[in-house]
Design a protein around this ligand. Structure first.
Ligand code: F6R
Length: 248
């Protein structure tokens, strides 16, 4: 695990966008697809903004990009204001030239009995295109990555999970109250994330400083799922000064 601290989140987000662009360009040169694992939430917003700028102003094409999002609330209609489908369209996909059929986001409209097969299929699709070249992550205050909440196993796969109370509280503003936040989500597993060739976890602001300290320096345990990232050499934490402020 490598930790890199930047002066502020704007510089850090541009750094991550540049890394993504470099992967896309190097794959283009080999006539191959770039397979990206993407996150939603407040943290990656500026990364996507910079990718859109690179598309508009610097000719970066996403024609060879295949994406898999980490998670979606369950149940969730794609057209709902809080859906991750809508988030990704608004922040990124509507503004770039990625082929629609290359986009994958867990489906929040499935019937309960369809979910298990769907999740296996999601894993298979990732494998079929050669695996994730890069997975970008945020981190929740529970220590979740994707929606792998405390208690998640290191070898877990894509599945239906129950959201932690703190996670639902943190989402309550977008939903106009915690009682409106879905209790469940479909998420890639920790095992799914671990198969990525490279993983970048981003965190900004003082609010994330305590969980970043635990994730980087704490005992490896499913109580803080992000601590499993300590086990890998392909993981980079990209932090602003505030998120890094409690590291010793
Ligand atoms: C989102 C996801 C979550 C978020 C995390 C941080 O797809 O998987 O793990 O990355 O909850 O959220 P923000 O960035 O809103 O602080």
């Amino acid at each position: 695990l490598a930790v890199n601290v930047f002066e502020d989140e704007h510089i850090a987000a541009k750094k991550v966008a540049r890394r993504i662009a470099d992967i896309i360009i190097s794959k283009q040169k080999e006539n191959k697809n770039a397979v990206l694992g993407l996150a939603t939430g407040a943290t990656p917003v500026e990364v996507y903004e910079e990718l859109v700028r690179l598309y508009r102003e610097e000719g970066l094409s996403f024609k060879n990009v295949i994406t898999f999002n980490l998670d979606e609330y369950y149940p969730m209609k794609p057209e709902a204001k809080q859906s991750y489908v809508r988030f990704m369209d608004e922040q990124l996909f509507d503004h770039i030239d990625i082929p629609r059929e290359n986009i994958h986001i867990p489906d929040g409209t499935l019937k309960k009995e369809e979910i298990a097969d769907y999740c296996l299929e999601y894993e298979r699709k990732i494998t079929d295109v050669g695996g994730l070249d890069l997975q970008v992550l945020g981190i929740g205050r529970t220590g979740h990555i994707g929606f792998n909440e405390p208690g998640s196993a290191p070898n877990s796969g894509t599945r239906l999970v129950t959201l932690d109370d703190l996670t639902r509280r943190d989402a309550s503003r977008e939903f106009g109250g915690k009682e409106n936040v879905p209790t469940k989500a479909i998420t890639m597993g920790i095992g799914t994330i671990f198969k990525a060739k490279e993983i970048i976890l981003m965190a900004w602001s003082k609010k994330k400083a305590p969980i970043i300290r635990k994730a980087v320096e704490g005992e490896i345990s499913s109580n803080v799922p992000a601590t499993f990232l300590q086990l890998s050499d392909n993981v980079e934490f990209i932090l602003d000064k505030d998120a890094a402020s409690e590291l010793t």
